[in-house]
Design a protein around this ligand. Structure first.
Ligand code: GEK
Length: 249
């Protein structure tokens, strides 16, 4: 999103002891630059989220952006919805630094569609009267043992015909396929100006923080919790976005 100008991400520029990755003030300050240079297809996914919300949001319902960071998906949905839809957007993140910046972006544009920001763990978020829920690269940060419970809660809180958009970094069990997508992702980061040191230090920081599943695991789990129509609508290398629909009434 072009209005999301940020400082350049140089967080892993210097050789130093790397702690576990945290969504703190320094990450919030460079986040738009970081995610654009690290996640292939990020902007295309946001565009798709806007298009899907314009098509599938139901009047008088809630739309959720879980793990909203600076609110990119929430703002994209707000722009795409008819102003008189009677919808409310709920954007949730457990990083106060991210939410402080999200608040500024939200206030920068006028709209009759409210965005409620909630600083909480998505594990504690109640989902009610939802026609659309977005988890754009958030489930991967949640303890794998808790993932099915979160998706089940989302399924229950969605209205009939409701839609979950789940974007995730994935891995492949087949080592040959895994090696190929890792190579492509590495080349993507190099082409975007990250040095070998930055790439390896960020990888170390994300170890045990960002835990990927396979595409098969995602699809099976979504069906397991009750979604009837499940599949990818976008993939770039090892980054995928899935749509999962609850059956209409
Ligand atoms: C975007 N969706 O720009 N509860 C709440 N928030 C959490 C939790 C949790 N348990 N765990 C992580 N987060 C955004 C990008 S970033 C993806 C999402 C990335 C939050 C965390 O604070 C961060 O803001 C976000 O999830 C993940 O469309 O950095 O790769």
């Amino acid at each position: 999103m072009e209005p999301f100008n940020s400082q350049k991400d140089t967080l892993f520029h210097r050789a130093e002891a790397v702690g576990a990755f945290q969504f703190d003030r320094s990450v919030a300050a460079v986040f738009p630059d970081m995610i654009s240079r690290s996640v292939p297809g990020y902007h295309t996914i946001l565009t798709g989220i806007g298009e899907l919300s314009a098509r599938y949001a139901q009047p008088g319902t809630r739309l959720y952006d879980l793990g909203c960071s600076l609110g990119a998906a929430a703002l994209t949905m707000r722009r795409a919805l008819p102003q008189d839809c009677g919808c409310e957007i709920v954007a949730v993140d457990n990083s106060p630094a991210m939410l402080a910046r999200a608040q500024e972006y939200i206030e920068a544009w006028r709209s009759s569609i409210p965005i409620q920001l909630r600083c909480e763990d998505v594990l504690d978020t109640q989902i009610d009267n939802a026609s659309m829920v977005v988890m754009n690269f958030t489930l991967q940060f949640i303890d794998p043992a808790q993932r099915e419970g979160v998706l089940s809660k989302i399924f229950t809180g969605l209205r009939p015909g409701g839609l979950l958009i789940l974007s995730e970094k994935i891995h492949f069990d087949d080592p040959t396929l895994q090696e190929a997508v890792e190579h492509l992702h590495l080349q993507f980061k190099r082409a975007n100006g990250y040095s070998e040191l930055e790439i390896s230090q960020k990888r170390a920081a994300l170890e045990n923080v960002l835990i990927t599943d396979t595409l098969q695991t995602h699809l099976q789990r979504l069906k397991q919790v009750g979604f009837t129509h499940v599949g990818p609508w976008f993939q770039a290398y090892n980054f995928v976005s899935l749509s999962a629909f609850k059956a209409p009434a």
